[in-house]
Ligand binder design. Structure first.
Ligand code: ATP
Length: 341
């Protein structure tokens, strides 16, 4: 091992040379787009949950930076988000280090589960341990958000309300004991294409004065003292529960531990623009509900779908039924936040 020449003195380097980090997938219990900014980014409001379905990321000290991924659809090297995260780590810390990074893909790719962001987050956490730099999560999140809006959430994990372009985190209590089945059909969805379809539907999220941000479909989620507040207006698709009332209902239910209400209020705007070639999403959702899920919905920009189960045995049966039909399906559980500092 060559002597390092970065700005950190030798004694602050960690003692470990090889380590493994789990890169956990995320699902969205709630996801709405509230605004398109002048720079083209969309502002969202989301309740995210990290789950035990995870890629395995191995990091080894090395002179050079290399990234290998075992999935044929995911590039290695500089094209991989994990490589860019490692570069940013060394740049920000001023260290002249390297690492041999290996990613074993378990999270379906381009599925709305933030697999790339999870790997990048695992690399930032892992390098922080590998080199003993002891950067607090807030600093790692600051590095991560320059590469991807979901990376700060993936660094912290747990259950959180996210705002801005997804980078502003407000931790929430966990929904408690439950079991998820995550399933995905053959065809992937590009996140950029999903946003383009929403732009078309909602006129680029141009607010009409006096009307809701979505041009009368529903009103903008409002925030008072950092908490979301329902406007009470109903939505044409879901007249039973006001659309933005779902978010405040979900947050209140998480605070009081009322998981039934949490799952009854699930919402994802991207379900409105699922392309025809991915209609399988709705068949999988129905299959999960038929198999006993208390609720089921697409995650992120799709096409992965998750079902929520109270009983592990029901979740396993649902997973096996989907697998028997040739569909990717995995069971997992919610993961709590694991703060670094
Ligand atoms: P999000 O929910 O954040 O939009 P996603 O789950 O829909 O993400 P990813 O699995 O992160 O999508 O993959 C998106 C694209 O990023 C893929 O086409 C892939 O080639 C590329 N990519 C780069 N690095 C990675 C990585 N480490 N893991 C997965 N995909 C990666």
């Amino acid at each position: 091992m060559r002597r390092r020449t970065g700005s950190f003195p030798e004694e602050v380097y960690g003692k470990e040379y090889l380590m493994t980090e789990l890169a956990r997938a995320k699902i969205n219990f709630y996801l709405d787009v509230t605004k398109k900014r002048a720079d083209g980014y969309h502002e969202i409001v989301s309740v995210m949950q990290s789950v035990s379905l995870a890629d395995i990321v191995t990091l080894e000290r090395a002179d050079e930076l290399t990234v290998f991924c075992d999935h044929p659809a995911v590039p290695g090297g500089k094209e991989n988000l994990a490589f860019r995260a490692a570069e940013a780590f060394f740049r920000e810390t001023g260290m002249a280090g390297g690492a041999a990074i290996r990613i074993e893909k378990r999270i379906p790719v381009a599925a709305g589960l933030a697999g790339g962001s999870a790997d990048a987050a695992a690399v930032l956490r892992g390098l922080n341990r590998l080199y003993g730099t002891e950067l607090p999560d807030a600093v790692l999140c600051g590095i991560g958000k320059t590469l991807g809006a979901d990376i700060p959430f993936c660094i912290c994990g747990g259950t959180a309300l996210t705002r801005g372009i997804g980078e502003k985190l407000f931790p929430l209590p966990s929904p408690g004991k439950c079991f998820f089945v995550i399933a995905k059909g053959e065809t992937g969805i590009s996140t950029a294409a999903a946003y383009a379809a929403l732009d078309l539907k909602y006129n680029h999220f141009c607010a009409v004065p006096g009307a809701g941000i979505h041009d009368g479909f529903h009103c903008e989620n409002r925030f008072v003292d950092g908490k979301s507040v329902s406007c009470g207006k109903s939505n044409e698709n879901n007249p039973d529960i006001p659309r933005c009332g779902r978010l405040s209902g979900m947050e209140a239910a998480l605070q009081t531990g009322d998981s039934e209400t949490v799952f009854r209020n699930m919402f994802n705007i991207f379900e409105e623009v699922v392309p025809p070639e991915c209609e399988e999403v709705f068949a999988i959702r129905n299959e999960l509900l038929d198999a006993g899920a208390v609720s089921a919905m697409m995650s992120g920009s799709g096409p992965a779908v998750f079902g929520v189960f109270r009983e592990e045995s029901l979740a396993m049966r649902a997973r096996d039924r989907l697998r028997a039909a040739g569909i990717f399906a995995e069971s997992c559980v919610p993961e709590a936040a694991k703060p670094n500092q």
